[in-house]
Ligand binder design. Sequence first.
Ligand code: ADP
Ligand code: MG
Length: 689
Amino acid sequence: MGLLELNDVGKSFGSGKASFFAVRHVSLRFPYRGLFAIKGKSGSGKSTLLNLMAKLLNPNEGKIFYRGKDLTSIKGKRLAHFHLYDVATVFQHYNLIEGASALNNVTLPLLLAKVSSFKAKKRAEELFARFHLTALQDKNVDTLSGGEKQRVAIMRSLVNQPAIILADEPTGALDEKNSEQVMTMLQEIAKERLVIFVSHNEELIARYANNVITVAHGQVTPYQAKEEGLSPESCSYTYGKRWTSFFTGRNFKRNAKKNLVAFLAGTIGFASLLVGLGFYQGSATALANEQSHSLEYQAARISERSYIEIENSPLKLVKQTRPEMVTALDATASLDSVSIENDYSYFLPNYNAYTFEDQKADPCSFLPVYDLTLEEGGQELVKTGGVPLSNNLDSVLVNEEFARLYQEEVVGKRIDLASTYSLFYGGVKEEGALAFHFEIVGVVHEFSFLNAPKVYYSYSALAGLMASTRLPGISKALAKEITIDSLLNLLPSDSVITNYDYLLFIHKLKEVPKLDEVITSLLTAGSFIRIDSSTYSVKAAFQDLTNAFSLSLLVFVGIALVGVSLIVALTSYSNFVSRKKETAVLFTLGARSGDLESVYINESVTVALLSALMALGISPLLQRGLNAYIQGRFGLENLIQIPLLSFWGYRLAIPILLILFAMLLAYLSSSIPLASLKRMPLAEELQDE
Ligand code: ADP
Ligand code: MG
């Protein structure tokens, strides 16, 4: 039994009709030591033969035995083991690990074999000494001459004491002197193990090789070894040393610029992800908060609807009337304190015809509050001036938009307006006039977005005025005291003078949600009673707006995610492509795919991790800056609330998720191209051009 045996081996390339055998019917048997030359013309199949023996290619036909064991089906861990300990390859173009010292290159296979770095260094140094190359030890291999590089490559192939060294044109790129040095070295090595080299230098072959195998058209001259060598001691190894740190460190230095760009891009991407999330989180609460910042919440209208069937038609008419007072009270029974008041609209002036300091003024809305001293929840809205000491009809509050209309101090200024009315009741025509003289006592701050100039007056004070405004004609006709207020009480529910409704006031800000509930339940129950609140409809519109806003933010966050993924993936991929050959070399040296993964993945994962941490670090600053800007610009407070500390009730959920996400992303985007490498034929990647 020889060390290596080829049994009717054939290897074809291509498929279908284009398929051909590069080598075929090759049977060879090699002993445990000796220097063997393979010669032949270019394209005759020498490299293919060598790659088959190195297990960088798999045969289509025949079998290859190593120490009597069939090599054909080994893969994965066992293949890595075979490359690490049994057969080593030397290439025409050296395939050293660039940017590393000669010593590091020679140490590498030992570290792959998990020899401690201390022992590995010692063993490598012994080799340098043995070949009188100690002077090269600490030089960067990039600075070495071709001959020096090849001798370093040969030491690297030897360091794990493999049984076989295969060298494809090891002197192909060298001058005569260097070729001789390399051949002398191989000759010495061949005294204790099997060395097979490919060459077309007849002279070198004649001088150095013990045996010659000639390849022509994929066929070999039948060859049998004359002497059988002895089995060299197999190498022992220990586990434990990580060898990847050198690569990670070197790659970081080499790719400093690319990694810096990836780091910055990643930071921007992750930060915009966080800001997008902050918008998503903050917008709903910010809008809800702002929206309740309005005095308008106090008033609503309550009315009753009835349907009138139209004969011979599926259509119905809707008729709105003022409900019975008991019905109105009943419908609002679940609210703690409400006031239900007559609607005096019929008697009130056209608000667009008011004067401000005796000047005809721009349009604005006049809206009622129940009590101008502003009950619970309202006073904090007053920014300048104040509320009157007691509720009255001589004072009004205006909002900031109103103040802005006049661009001057409005507190203390006058608003005047007047109305006339005429009506028929009990066969009498009644005509009259009302005049209002208000002094602005305070300015309230309201949510400025979508807001308009408003003047708030006291409705309870107005009710007092209406209860004391006599209607002389009607009083005389009915022979009893009738005021505007008492007339409204007498009127039927479908009189235009009633405005077909009552006004409803809630007294506490915290009743707003309850009122909203009542409105919703009346609507869903299909009740005849209807409550209309402008705040409620504004809120519903806002809800839609907020939802649309959040949705677009989610899209934005999604785009940021895709962007970051692309950046990380592209960086990992380009890192991988730039080192594809080196990866193939590492495979050939016996690195396992797990080892390789850590070399490439470490780098991408570290960059991704750093940018995620950076993004987490700067996001509170971004939040502060953006919020200050938004507040100044739109008056919205804390629109962005990045949930760094807790999310969905979990502490630090977002930072942890972001870090995991970044690392997973980097891991996947660098491990996917690696997986493709595992399927790639190594011989092709390592081919010398
Ligand atoms: P040599 O090393 O003797 O010059 P090779 O073994 O490299 O020859 O190639 C033998 C033949 O096989 C050549 O015709 C070459 O083009 C072909 N060949 C080698 N490798 C491949 C491959 N991966 N795919 C297709 N053809 C190949
Ligand atoms: Mg070749």
